[in-house]
Design a protein around this ligand. Structure first.
Ligand SMILES: [Fe+2]
Ligand SMILES: [Fe+2]
Length: 170
């Protein structure tokens, strides 16, 4: 008999609250869409999965706009992690449309495992950083005077160079 790893179900909880209303709402919507897609079957599931992909494009795009506005460049590992996840999600959408619909359930399981880690590391670091810089995610502008931002080094990425205030959870 093979040992099976139990994956905790994805659910909204205090542990996922990051303290930025826009981020928390987006994350709740993401979890809700994952659940709806899980519960659906057939064409309805494919449609909901397409909605989840579209929502994730917006979700990641929003965080990436904030990062760029706050002086983090696109070489930061948060960007590449988003890119990698979206690439797989879109590939699943493409293959499911060709008949491999079982891949959707696999993808949802992988997302359920991935999301809490991402939210509590990279997204939590981003929220903290944005709050330090005075960036307001609701208006996508800086509160008060715009800070002087030193752009992060282009090679900044996972486990390499970080500037002093940038999120460090790479
Ligand atoms: Fe996020
Ligand atoms: Fe993120």
């Amino acid at each position: 008999m093979t040992a099976q790893t139990e994956i905790a179900p994805l659910q909204w909880s205090e542990a996922l609250v990051l303290g930025d209303a826009k981020t928390d709402t987006t994350h709740q919507e993401f979890i809700d869409l994952v659940h709806k897609t899980e519960a659906a079957t057939g064409t309805e599931q494919s449609t909901l999965y397409a909605d989840l992909v579209a929502h994730t494009v917006e979700h990641f795009g929003q965080e990436e706009r904030w990062m760029l506005a706050a002086g983090l460049n696109a070489g930061h590992c948060h960007f590449s992690e988003h890119r990698n996840v979206l690439e797989v999600m879109k590939e699943v959408e493409r293959r499911a449309a060709l008949g491999e619909t079982h891949l959707i359930a696999n993808m949802l399981e992988a997302l359920a495992e991935w999301f809490p880690m991402h939210a509590t590391s990279m997204d939590a670091g981003l929220v903290e950083y944005l709050q330090t810089t005075g960036f307001d995610t609701a208006t996508e502008s800086f509160k008060g005077e715009a800070p002087t931002i030193e752009l992060a080094a282009p090679e900044q990425g996972c486990g390499t160079h970080h500037d002093n205030n940038a999120p460090k959870d790479c």
